[in-house]
Design a protein around this ligand. Structure first.
Ligand code: ATP
Ligand code: MG
Length: 255
């Protein structure tokens, strides 16, 4: 089960992704939690030990590994068993959760980061195609880690939106990007919904088929975030209606 989470900045991608990781882990799934957003907060939100997170290098920076493994000219797809070793070696494990940092796709100037980027691509490929487990990707709105190739491995793209016009507009842009990449199952999930009126607003913006549900605004989580950067969902502290959302995800993925 491979789930990518995207949406406008600040809508709650990381919090929702972390909550999903918790939901799957507590249902005994082995979960790969992948921080694919350059702003690394998934590990912190999950409440993983900060010292361990600091030690964890983003995959894109693994120069040594990259140089060793892509010497064959970048045909990394043939090297999948080795890529799997890398995934095991460079993830931080806690209980059912395996945490990995992707690091940002490196772009241009005069330098070519082809090796780095194709290594990242191979790792994602291995995660998305070869692993039977649950993979949850916390992405930015740009979804730039996904390519036409890797996106085929994504079973469900969840686009988070707040009940605001700008956030809905971004959701539409992401939806188009995801469609262009060939992702078949793309759903919208409302977040931080406080009132009936806000839920109705989202229902007016998306069809029933597009909108998979809404998550309520949670005062406790909001307050916790005011006082700490870490461990907002450290305990078995799921977002409200996460159980429902979890069930809808299972349904969507099994379709
Ligand atoms: N349902 C909710 N109720 C209350 N607060 C929430 C809810 N969902 C997220 N938040 C809070 O909203 C803020 C932004 O959430 P989060 O960091 O998950 O968003 P993001 O989309 O990952 O942001 P970024 O684009 O910076 O990565 C955080 O303080 C988080 O605790
Ligand atoms: Mg985030």
């Amino acid at each position: 089960m491979k789930i990518a989470v995207s949406g406008k900045g600040g809508v709650g991608k990381t919090t929702v992704a972390a909550s999903m990781v918790k939901a799957f882990a507590s249902n005994n799934y082995k979960v790969y939690a992948i921080d694919a957003d350059p702003d690394v907060s998934l590990g912190l939100t999950l409440g993983l030990p900060i010292e361990e997170l600091k030690k964890l290098k983003p995959l894109i920076d693994m120069k040594e590994v990259i140089d060793g493994k892509s010497s064959g000219g970048g045909l990394l797809f043939d090297l999948n068993p080795e890529v799997e070793d890398v995934i095991e070696e460079y993830s931080f494990k806690q209980g059912q959760v395996h945490f990995l940092r992707m690091g940002g796709i490196k772009q241009g100037g005069s330098a070519c980061y082809c090796k780095e980027n194709s290594f990242l691509n191979a790792v994602l490929n291995s995660l998305l195609f070869d692993q039977d487990e649950v993979v949850i990707l916390d992405m930015s709105a740009g979804i730039e880690h996904l390519t036409r190739g890797t996106s085929e491995g994504v079973n469900l793209m969840i686009i988070i939106t707040e009940p605001t016009k700008v956030s809905v507009q971004t959701a539409r842009v992401v939806q188009q990007l995801a469609q262009d990449l060939g992702i078949k199952n793309i759903k919208i999930l409302g977040n931080k919904v406080r009132h009936e009126k806000e839920e109705q607003f989202l229902q007016s913006q998306f069809s029933e088929n597009e909108l998979m549900g809404v998550i309520r605004f949670d005062e406790n989580i909001w307050e916790k975030a005011m006082n700490t950067e870490t461990g907002v969902l450290a305990e078995e502290n799921l977002l409200p209606n996460m159980e429902e959302v979890y069930k809808s995800i299972l349904e969507e993925v099994s379709k």
